[in-house]
Write a protein that binds this ligand. Structure first.
Ligand code: NAP
Length: 285
């Protein structure tokens, strides 16, 4: 049976290191602060926000909430982001997306100073991921996948990695970051085709699934003794949370697998806090 790669253990270990860095910053008179920008009251945004606030309090990080009406104009939102960019007491900014339809998502993302872009949404952060530079920050979930593999001792150098999904939030950045760690990466997407997908996934050492389709990666296409990172968060026909990987059939073949819930998702907010602390440290330079 596969080893379960639990995210809680990873975020606890990350949190210990983050707390020490927060203490150091406070000795220097810097109080790491995250601004959360939310339009409207979407339950999923509010649930993530509560989780982030709880984690921040545990770590001694301040959170300031900036909540606006869903009908807020793009001009007004851009002006608020400009104020956050200029506020030296704010080190990181998290903007909940998707934004309402009347707002140009890219214009808003790129209005944010990449140095405060702790969620990796600006073009500057994306360029940083592609060029392996610390201009901004990688998207938290993509980094969470690699934190998890590193924590459990899975080195990436020389490994074949199949990434399923090519979004800017997970698939592409995680592929690029794994390649920077000397893995050989193949990215699959909705046009890959079933046969090629099965070939690529079946012959990988590590599979990272970030699709958003309940149980679409079944044990039948997996190889033996692989390490499986399941990023998907879906709701199954019984209303329970599940991943993109069919856990029951996958765990029979895999060497190790992340559960959903309790896997990658549990590491994401810890990575967000790590980014806030890094942004605060960079402000000292
Ligand atoms: P997304 O933007 O919808 O991207 C999904 C990707 O999957 C796309 O690239 C799509 O290909 C590909 N895809 C769809 N059907 C496929 C198929 N049959 N075979 C191969 N590839 C296929 O989703 P996302 O934002 O990356 O999120 C992916 C999953 O991660 C979702 O379940 C989401 O809820 C979850 N998530 C988890 C966390 C966390 O903290 N754990 C954070 C964010 C998101 P095309 O590009 O060709 O359309």
């Amino acid at each position: 049976m596969a080893r379960k790669l639990k995210g809680g253990e990873v975020s606890d270990s990350l949190s210990k290191r983050i707390s020490q860095r927060v203490e150091e910053l406070k000795k220097n008179g810097i109080f790491p602060t995250l601004a959360i920008v939310r339009l409207g009251e979407k339950p999923e945004d509010m649930s993530y926000e509560r989780g982030a606030m709880k984690r921040a309090v545990q770590l001694g990080i301040t959170v300031r909430q900036f909540v606006f009406d869903e009908k807020t104009s793009q001009e007004e939102l851009l002006s608020e982001i400009g104020k956050l960019n200029d506020d030296e007491h704010i080190h990181g900014v998290l903007i909940f997306r998707p934004l309402p339809d009347h707002i140009d998502d890219r214009a808003v993302c790129d209005a944010l100073d990449p140095q405060k872009d702790v969620d990796g949404i600006t073009s500057g952060s994306m360029a940083g991921v592609f060029m392996d530079r610390d201009d901004g920050f990688p998207p938290c979930t993509a980094e969470a996948c690699l934190e998890l593999l590193q924590h459990y001792g899975y080195a990436l150098e020389g490994k074949r990695i199949a990434v399923i999904g090519r979004s800017l939030v997970i698939g592409r950045p995680v592929a690029m970051m794994a390649m920077e760690r000397n893995a050989t990466v193949t990215i699959c997407h909705s046009r890959t085709g079933d046969e090629a997908l099965a070939d690529i996934v079946g012959s990988a050492d590590i599979v990272i699934a970030a699709v958003g389709s309940a149980g679409m990666v079944s044990g039948s296409i997996l190889g033996r003794d692989q390490v499986i990172v399941d990023v998907g968060i879906n709701v199954d026909e019984n209303g329970s949370l599940c991943g993109d990987v069919d856990f029951k059939t996958a765990e029979q073949k895999a060497a190790a697998i992340t559960p959903v819930p309790g896997g990658v998702g549990s590491v994401t907010t810890a990575v967000l806090m790590k980014h806030v602390v890094t942004a605060a440290e960079r402000s000292l330079r």
